[in-house]
Write a protein that binds this ligand. Structure first.
Ligand SMILES: *[C@@H]1O[C@H](CO)[C@@H](O)[C@H](O)[C@H]1NC(C)=O
Ligand SMILES: *[C@@H]1O[C@H](CO)[C@@H](O)[C@H](O)[C@H]1NC(C)=O
Ligand SMILES: *[C@@H]1O[C@H](CO)[C@@H](O)[C@H](O)[C@H]1NC(C)=O
Ligand SMILES: *[C@@H]1O[C@H](CO)[C@@H](O)[C@H](O)[C@H]1NC(C)=O
Ligand SMILES: *[C@@H]1O[C@H](CO)[C@@H](O)[C@H](O)[C@H]1NC(C)=O
Ligand SMILES: *[C@@H]1O[C@H](CO)[C@@H](O)[C@H](O)[C@H]1NC(C)=O
Ligand SMILES: *[C@@H]1O[C@H](CO)[C@@H](O)[C@H](O)[C@H]1NC(C)=O
Ligand SMILES: *[C@@H]1O[C@H](CO)[C@@H](O)[C@H](O)[C@H]1NC(C)=O
Ligand SMILES: *[C@@H]1O[C@H](CO)[C@@H](O)[C@H](O)[C@H]1NC(C)=O
Ligand SMILES: *[C@@H]1O[C@H](CO)[C@@H](O)[C@H](O)[C@H]1NC(C)=O
Ligand SMILES: *[C@@H]1O[C@H](CO)[C@@H](O)[C@H](O)[C@H]1NC(C)=O
Length: 715
């Protein structure tokens, strides 16, 4: 017989002595004094849960409640803390917890608790920290009856629930100790009552963002003398910033993005907020100028004034805010020379975004001393001139867009920018009009480039071979140029490329088979699309504009409006990851390959205005995501398939094919040609259901997709 292995022996020992040690611990522990009444309150709470995340196993009546999971007792043996965040709890919060007279901290965040927040917790005489954030609580906040005495509550986190109703002042009247309230991401309505500044003199943090608060900012906020952080973005607040807001000298963080606020920013008042570190007034209707006095906000690190109607020049005093890290002024009516500001004085600057304004002149040389700059967006302005060598100092740059200005010398620009080895996104389209595409082999570097936009430049020349060296390239935009010659056969060296738009050029020759070998178009493995979304979209934009969800970036091939000839390769059926294929306005002939119906993810297919012949493959009716389909102006014949998405395409999708017969719309087909009506099989029914589910997902893509396709807004 084998001897018992050592490890077994030791586990036997533990099993033998374990309970004895446990008993001993319980015996000597002062926590055993958990009162009967307290266990009872806790067990009532447990009984109110429909899903207890395994708590019942630990919460046994026979042991003292101070040993129960998630329960901490005071030295006297009273329950003082209940810490049950992220336990998978479901069900209601029992009011019985309000009976625990020693309870000071209750943390139930990140569960799926529903129902109302019991008044007994809000009015508890002992709770100082109450965190029920990230649950599914609904209904109104309890109104407390005026006989309750002052409550010790200091921290209230009810954020990310489904709470509704108004923030009536009777809720807050007795909460004289409040320091922090996070009520963000609910559905609260009505005014923001700044009366709690009167009742709670120590209030330092108030977050009411992502609700449906409306009306003006009511007076009273000036009484919040200790308020350091006020976040009220993403509501429907209107009117102007009230004067007494500027009395709150303690404010460090002031944020009202995405509301309906208007009026000018009063410079004389603004300077009173000398402790401001963060100011976000983006997405409102503010007008007038940025006041000169902004230079006195010496602590300012972030300035967000995007999407307003702010006009005038940038005050040169902005250069006095030497701690500035982020300046976002996108989409206003600012004008004049950027060089008004001496950027040399802003050594910490990381993000500068002046996209969509009317700035003129050259890029100020002082910007090149901001060596921490990672994000620079100057697109959609009226800047001109050439990039200078000094931009090579900006070694931290990962994103630069100068699109849609009037810069010249693309050859020089690329030679200068190629040395920026951290650059992932380079958008220079809408400049360099009618220049020649640099084909110079000495353009190398760009080793981390993932997105390249050289669209809308009317560039002449060929698709340059230096592109073949950009191994990390995921997205290339060359549309609206005058490039000629063939699509290069090295294209399949670009193993990461998934979004190709070379439409509206003068490319000739056949569609190369190399294009049918693009790995990212063949495989719909998600890859690391997350990077792509992050680099395309401003990292700092408001969360509703971020595409960080688990959707795939649309894989696209757009060769439309060129002079391509020959047949569509049968191998097109390999590009299974494609969501959009556009071969329209070329000289393609031959039949539509049957294999196109293998592109099961396809949402858009445009083969219009070519010389295609033969019949429409009936299997195209199996492409359940196809929502845009165009084969007009070819020489197709036979019967338009029926069923599937084909019932949703307008007759214009088929126009200009005289030999085509559409049983749904156009002239009647000969009875001999009549397609048999197929009864809906179970399989098709399931597909329809799947489609309905998937549609939700694709709607998500649609938003991003439209952003790209409709606005073609690679600023
Ligand atoms: C807990 O145990 C006590 C006696 O030990 C008993 O009176 C009480 O009813 C029990 N409570 C529950 C909820 O089982
Ligand atoms: C509640 O617990 C979560 C998870 O441990 C934690 O992140 C959060 O800070 C806690 N809340 C409070 C108010 O301490
Ligand atoms: C809830 O808010 C409080 C106060 O800001 C904070 O300490 C706590 O960490 C927040 N809880 C979660 C889960 O983030
Ligand atoms: C409030 O809670 C939300 C999550 O619900 C969080 O995103 C936000 O940062 C919190 N606010 C503050 C000021 O901590
Ligand atoms: C709002 O709450 C939902 C549900 O809890 C959560 O998924 C989402 O991330 C929250 N949004 C913010 C901005 O905190
Ligand atoms: C900008 O500031 C730097 C450093 O403070 C100074 O050396 C430079 O002369 C200034 N440039 C202009 C154009 O005023
Ligand atoms: C370039 O990127 C790498 C990796 O993200 C980073 O470690 C490095 O500091 C960056 N270089 C500069 C000059 O910012
Ligand atoms: C762009 O610059 C060129 C010369 O640099 C000039 O001729 C042209 O008028 C400018 N275009 C616009 C729209 O300002
Ligand atoms: C374009 O830029 C390069 C590099 O800066 C420079 O050598 C060249 O002279 C410039 N060309 C013109 C026409 O200005
Ligand atoms: C095609 O590109 C040219 C520039 O090369 C541009 O002028 C024209 O407007 C573009 N056509 C369309 C339809 O966008
Ligand atoms: C395909 O490209 C052509 C020419 O560039 C364009 O007019 C058309 O709208 C595109 N089709 C789709 C479905 O986007």
């Amino acid at each position: 017989m084998n001897p018992i292995p050592h490890s077994w022996r030791s586990s036997i020992c533990i099993n033998f002595f374990g309970p004895a040690i446990m008993l001993l611990l319980i015996f000597i522990s002062p926590v055993s004094s958990c009162a009967e009444q307290e266990s009872h309150s806790l067990l009532q709470f447990l009984a109110g849960l429909s899903q207890d995340g395994g708590l019942a196993a630990s919460w046994q009546n026979s042991t003292g409640c101070c040993t129960w999971e998630g329960i901490i007792c005071s030295a006297e043996g009273a329950v003082s803390e209940i810490l049950l965040a992220s336990r998978g709890l479901e069900g209601k919060i029992s009011p019985s917890l309000g009976e625990l007279t020693g309870l000071s901290r209750l943390n139930l965040s990140h569960n799926s608790l529903s129902g109302v927040l019991p008044a007994q917790l809000m009015s508890s005489g002992s709770i100082t920290v109450l965190d029920v954030s990230f649950n599914r609580l609904n209904g109104h906040l309890p109104e407390l009856n005026s006989s309750v005495s002052d409550q010790p509550l200091q921290v209230l986190n009810i954020s990310s629930n489904r709470l509704t109703g108004e923030f009536s002042s009777t809720i807050w009247e007795k909460m004289r100790s409040l320091v922090a309230i996070n009520a963000s991401n609910n559905s609260f309505t009505g005014y923001i009552p700044f009366s709690f500044c009167i009742s709670s003199p120590s209030l330092a943090m108030l977050d009411v963002s992502y609700n449906q608060f409306s009306g003006n900012i009511p007076p009273g906020i000036g009484k919040c003398t200790g308020l350091r952080m006020l976040k009220a973005g993403h509501n429907n607040i209107s009117g102007t910033l009230p004067d007494d807001l500027f009395q709150v000298k303690s404010l460090e963080y002031l944020s009202f993005p995405k509301n309906g606020l208007q009026g000018t920013i009063n410079g004389a008042l603004m300077i009173k907020l000398s402790n401001l570190v963060f100011l976000d007034l983006g997405g409102n209707r503010f007008s007038g100028k940025i006041p000169d006095s902004i230079g006195q906000l010496k602590k300012l690190k972030e300035l967000h004034m995007d999407h307003n109607n702010i006009d005038g020049e940038l005050p040169s005093s902005l250069g006095n805010c030497t701690n500035l890290e982020i300046i976002i002024l996108t989409n206003n009516r600012l004008m004049g020379e950027l060089a008004k500001v001496n950027f040399s004085n802003l050594p910490n600057l990381k993000n500068l975004d002046i996209c969509m304004n009317y700035f003129t002149g050259k890029i100020p040389a002082s910007i090149y001393s901001c060596s921490n700059l990672t994000w620079l967006r100057l697109s959609f302005n009226k800047l001109h001139g050439q990039l200078t060598e000094k931009i090579g100092n900006l070694k931290s740059l990962t994103y630069i867009s100068i699109s849609y200005n009037n810069f010249t010398n693309i050859t020089g620009a690329l030679h200068i920018l190629k040395s920026l080895s951290n650059l992932t996104t380079l958008l220079i389209g809408g400049n360099f009009m009618h220049e020649a595409m640099p084909e110079d082999e000495t353009i190398d570097g760009f080793e981390n480039l993932q997105g390249l936009g050289m669209n809308d430049c009317a560039l002449t020349g060929k698709v340059p071979s230096w592109l073949s060296k950009l191994k990390k390239l995921k997205l290339v935009l060359l549309y609206n140029n005058q490039l000629s010659g063939p699509i290069p056969t090295w294209i399949n060296n670009l193993k990461s490329l998934m979004y190709i738009d070379i439409s509206n050029n003068s490319l000739t020759g056949e569609i190369p088979l190399a294009l049918m070998e693009m790995p990212m178009l063949k495989s719909d493995k998600i890859g690391d699309d997350s990077d792509l979304r992050a680099f395309l979209m401003p990292v700092y934009v408001d969360p509703s504009l971020q595409y960080r969800t688990a959707i795939a970036f649309p894989r696209m091939l757009n060769l439309g409006n060129n002079k391509l000839s020959g047949a569509i390769p049968m191998e097109i059926g390999q590009l299974k990851a494609l969501l959009s294929l556009n071969l329209s306005f070329n000289n393609l002939n031959g039949e539509i390959p049957q294999s196109i119906s293998n592109l099961r993810n396809l949402m858009r297919l445009d083969l219009s205005s070519n010389h295609l012949t033969g019949e429409i493959p009936s299997a195209l009716a199996n492409l359940h995501f196809l929502s845009k389909f165009n084969i007009s102006y070819n020489d197709l014949e036979g019967i338009v398939p029926i069923g599937g998405q084909f019932s949703t395409f307008p007759s214009s999708s088929f126009a200009g094919n005289p030999k085509l017969c559409n049983p749904m719309l156009l002239h009647h087909c000969n009875s001999a040609e009549q397609a048999p009506a197929s009864p809906i099989s179970t399989k098709q029914y399931i597909d329809k259901v799947v489609f309905a589910i998937a549609f939700g997902v694709f709607f998500g893509i649609g938003v991003l997709y439209d952003q790209i396709i409709i606005f073609r807004y690679f600023g």
